[in-house]
Design a protein around this ligand. Structure first.
Ligand code: AMP
Length: 592
């Protein structure tokens, strides 16, 4: 069925008066200044994300209000009020102090969506300790790479994850001084060379004064993937809290009485900025579901938990769209008033599906690890053009640029003024949550900027009404189920297999996942391609990388196409896989 190109906002769509209704007027205001005013700041000056998220409320009217509500299939729900979260995060900050871990030191967290994870992140932030959340579905290799690159000193993880994924890599991580284990049940943990979370927490004081951090002090280190080399550690500062607050207001329309559910895992940037920080800043109750995706469960949670604002991802929406329609028909969501999505292109059908099934359109928005917060969004303030990522939020200037530099030169760009012309999406630098560097890689950081513009690495276009439309990535990075995967990291692990001579990894379009990871390998002399060998290579990759990162498909090729300088031409592998024109092959080894 053909749908109109625009979903007009009507008064009946808005069950609460939104924080803004006039796009142009609010964009003229100093929203960063207003957001900073809404925050408290530390006694004696300074700014700290943990303090603003928790202690600001714990000392006031929201002390007894539920901050985090954890649900799981076979367990009673567990709620932490703002007051309890303040006391627990104080305890953990004291635990860190007791271990000699202070401001600027680095803590990694590898856990499912457990209360301890949230307490550890917030306590570390209050202690001025820089936090890196890791995705719990990572295998040992991505975990080791990131802790080593980030020179992590403390790791908080569960006993089960430690046994399965960390113990075997521990000796490769000389900086890691302390490993704190959380028991999955209520018992104690007992692994040589580790500390027990419950015991440490029980003996720590509930009193703690937030370490005086300034807006420019480092707070979070999020790893992201590039086309080549190791993952990049994007460093974020405590001042990012201003963006978290402003975007919670303007992009997610959070109001104090909301019950909010962000389905992203806290091991990724969305799960930190919007699964932990932004909702707490707004004093709302956040739902945290400990279980994995299940269509019936999700519809029930939306209903029973009376979720009012829901932030999810295109892969999840596609999975709901695929589930039998009767599942949805068994439920009603009278409390739901705003739905948003991020991470991958959201096709117009999904926006309309929201309108038809949930009774609300889905508001796509765009941002990335480096931006620290939502930059471009569909919001309550204006009509939706399904398929578009929306318009730049207040405080954000975006444009589309073309590159002028010659190969190897620093970026030089020209803004494309004509609407509907494709180019690279760029943002004017200076928003509060802009990353402040790639760890130990200043040269790579500098390559992200051309003068005042931050270059996002995404291709897009902007229409005459100022709506942005995603076109694709400018690089070879893969987006699978919303997770950014670096082909190089996968190729390196494939090459460790004794039979593999070379590997090239691409993102293959997939109806559910957006893209799936597909690997092409050529074999060493004397090795013969066979189904058992293919399965063996797959198993090796899954064990080392984890299911979220490992290839779903592997194909054998006699040799892989390379440039004359020896780089594998992933672009060509992809074109051949998809039956597309091969484009310029003049740099192909042995080519024209
Ligand atoms: P990450 O840094 O892992 O959050 O991934 C960021 C990347 O995801 C962006 O650079 C885009 O390539 C992609 N992305 C994020 N949001 C959207 C969106 N709304 N539409 C299309 N692609 C998106």
């Amino acid at each position: 069925m053909d749908h109109p190109a625009v979903i007009h906002k009507t008064a009946s769509d808005l069950r609460l008066p939104p924080h803004w209704a006039n796009y142009e007027a609010v964009r003229r205001e100093d929203v960063w200044g207003m957001a900073r005013q809404a925050l408290q700041g530390l006694p004696g000056g300074g700014l700290n994300i943990g303090f603003e998220a928790v202690d600001r409320h714990a000392g006031g009217a929201l002390r007894e209000h539920c901050a985090l509500r954890f649900v799981a299939r076979d367990q009673p729900a567990l709620e932490l009020s703002y007051g309890e979260l303040a006391r627990l995060s104080n305890r953990f900050a004291n635990v860190l102090q007791g271990l000699g871990i202070g401001k600027g030191d680095r803590l990694f967290v590898l856990a499912g969506r457990l209360p301890a994870l949230y307490v550890a992140v917030l306590g570390a932030l209050k202690n001025g300790t820089v936090v890196t959340p890791l995705f719990s579905a990572f295998g040992p290799e991505p975990i080791a790479t990131r802790i080593a690159l980030g020179a992590g000193q403390v790791l908080v993880t569960t006993e089960a994850l430690y046994q399965r994924k960390v113990r075997q890599i521990r000796e490769r991580l000389p900086t890691l001084r302390h490993v704190i284990l959380v028991a999955e049940d209520d018992g104690d943990t007992d692994q040589p060379g580790t500390l027990d979370w419950a015991r440490l927490m029980a003996s720590a004081s509930e009193q703690f004064s937030t370490v005086p951090t300034q807006a420019d002090d480092p707070a979070l280190l999020h790893f992201t993937s590039g086309t080549t080399g190791t993952p990049k550690g994007a460093l974020h500062v405590h001042g990012a809290v201003v963006t978290h607050y402003a975007t919670g207001r303007y992009a997610l329309d959070l109001h104090a009485q909301d019950r909010f559910w962000c389905t992203a895992d806290p091991g990724w940037v969305t799960g930190t900025s919007y699964g932990i920080i932004a909702p707490l800043l707004h004093g709302v109750t956040s739902l945290i579901d400990r279980e994995e995706f299940d269509a019936e469960r999700w519809y029930s949670l939306l209903e029973q938990e009376r979720i009012s604002v829901w932030y999810t991802a295109p892969t999840a929406i596609r999975m709901l769209m695929k589930a039998p329609v009767e599942l949805a028909q068994r439920h009603r969501w009278p409390a739901l008033r705003f739905v948003a999505s991020v991470g991958e292109p959201l096709n117009p059908q999904a926006v309309w599906w929201g309108q038809q099934v949930l009774g609300l359109p889905i508001h796509d928005n765009w941002w990335q690890t480096e931006t620290g917060g939502i930059m471009i969004a569909n919001t309550p303030a204006f009509d939706i053009k399904p398929g578009s990522m929306g318009r730049p939020l207040p405080g954000i200037e975006a444009c589309i640029v073309e590159h002028l530099e010659a190969e190897g030169e620093p970026p030089r760009v020209r803004v494309i003024e004509t609407p509907d012309v494709e180019g690279e999406l760029a943002l004017k630098r200076g928003w509060p949550s802009m990353f402040r560097g790639y760890l130990n890689n200043e040269a790579r950081y500098q390559k992200c900027f051309a003068g005042e513009l931050y270059l996002t690495g995404d291709l897009a276009r902007v229409d005459a009404d100022g709506y942005y439309w995603f076109v694709g990535r400018a690089d070879d990075v893969i987006k699978s189920a919303g997770h950014l995967i670096g082909p190089f990291e996968v190729e390196s692990v494939l090459m460790e297999h004794p039979a593999v001579a070379e590997a090239g990894v691409i993102g293959k379009p997939d109806a559910l996942l957006g893209e799936l990871v597909k690997a092409f390998v050529s074999l060493k002399d004397g090795q013969v391609a066979s189904e058992p060998l293919r399965l063996d290579i797959l198993a090796h990759a899954r064990k080392r990388l984890g299911a979220a990162v490992a290839p779903k498909e592997i194909a054998f090729l006699p040799t892989l196409p390379r440039t004359r300088s020896g780089k594998i031409m992933r672009r060509l592998l992809k074109a051949r896989e998809l039956g597309l024109p091969e484009g310029d092959t003049s740099t192909l080894e042995g080519g024209a």
